[in-house]
Write a protein that binds this ligand. Structure first.
Ligand code: SAM
Length: 279
């Protein structure tokens, strides 16, 4: 069995580095190492894998990832106060933890580590959705993403058709990835507790998207359909100049009645329509 270096309690790390939490940085720390170990286990086999962690904070999840056997962890942290705390961890795990002080929104995660790469993070809620959308642009460059979101975002990611949570985020995520809810986390597990519950979600990028479609056109049809989600498709898709009937879709349905494959079909109809337009 591997012997891990004795590490100080996270509360001591927080006190020594003066990490009083800042809401503007979405700082809600996980101090329960059983919980961070559970997240690391969900990340699967980490041997030979580079793990990118956004927002290590005082380093609870980072410890769990290293102890779970991650060959290499690259931790991207925006708050300079956390860098010293994480540097102590890097010293305890020589050659295995790299620290990047940066805004994760301004970094191309693919440049941080070679494939195979996984992203594992307790994400800052204020930038969680933009970060995910950024990673989904190159989804196949990641083997897996295991991420903590606020529960309402997780509900949207896993939502099925005919539900109120189903929308553009569900479609883009499920088109590109297999998405599963791992477990919900009570707000009291965090220091300080956020106002809402959280959920760990795993996304495994597909080798091929669920159905053929050009991404910008899929985004266009879903934006039009869900932009007026109470309206029938006949009406909501009219500004695009396409008729659902030409895609064999009942025009009296509403956006949330369509599957991901139906939206891909509409995106292909829109592509044809645009190709036929003069000029
Ligand atoms: N991983 C730690 C844990 O589980 O206890 C901290 C998670 S806390 C929810 C989010 C972390 O992301 C904070 O450490 C915060 O400073 C950092 N953060 C916030 N915005 C960021 C950004 N744009 N880029 C990188 N890190 C960011």
């Amino acid at each position: 069995m591997t012997a891990f270096p004795a590490l100080p309690p996270l509360r001591d790390v927080i006190a020594r580095h003066g990490l009083d939490t800042r809401r503007s940085l979405g700082q809600h720390f996980l101090l329960d190492l059983n919980l961070t170990d559970r997240i690391a286990r969900i990340a699967g086999d980490l041997a030979g894998v580079s793990v990118i962690e956004v927002g290590p904070g005082p380093g609870g999840l980072t410890r769990s990832l290293l102890e779970a056997g991650a060959s290499r962890v690259v931790a991207v942290e925006k708050d300079p106060r956390c860098i010293g705390a994480i540097a102590e961890l890097a010293a305890a795990f020589p050659e295995r933890l790299e620290i990047i002080e940066a805004d994760a929104l301004e970094v191309d995660a693919r440049d941080l580590a070679p494939a195979p790469r996984k992203i594992v993070a307790n994400l800052p809620f204020n930038v969680a959705t933009p970060l995910l959308l950024q990673w989904l642009r190159d989804a196949r460059d990641f083997a897996q993403l295991t991420l903590m979101f606020q529960k309402e975002v997780a509900d949207r990611l896993v939502a099925e058709a005919h539900t109120s949570a189903y929308g553009r985020l569900s479609i883009m995520a499920q088109w590109l990835c297999q998405v599963r809810r791992d477990f919900n986390v009570d707000a009291r597990a965090f220091v300080p507790p956020p106002r809402v519950a959280s959920t760990v979600v795993t996304l495994v990028p597909r080798d091929q998207p669920l159905a053929p479609a050009e991404r910008p056109l899929l985004e266009t049809v879903t934006a039009a359909a869900f932009g007026q989600r109470r309206k029938m498709l006949r009406r909501s898709l009219r500004p695009l100049g396409i008729d659902p009937v030409s895609a064999d879709i009942d025009p009296t349905l509403r956006a949330e009645d369509l599957s991901v494959e139906d939206f891909c079909h509409l995106a292909r109809v829109l592509a044809e329509h645009r190709n036929q337009e003069p000029g």
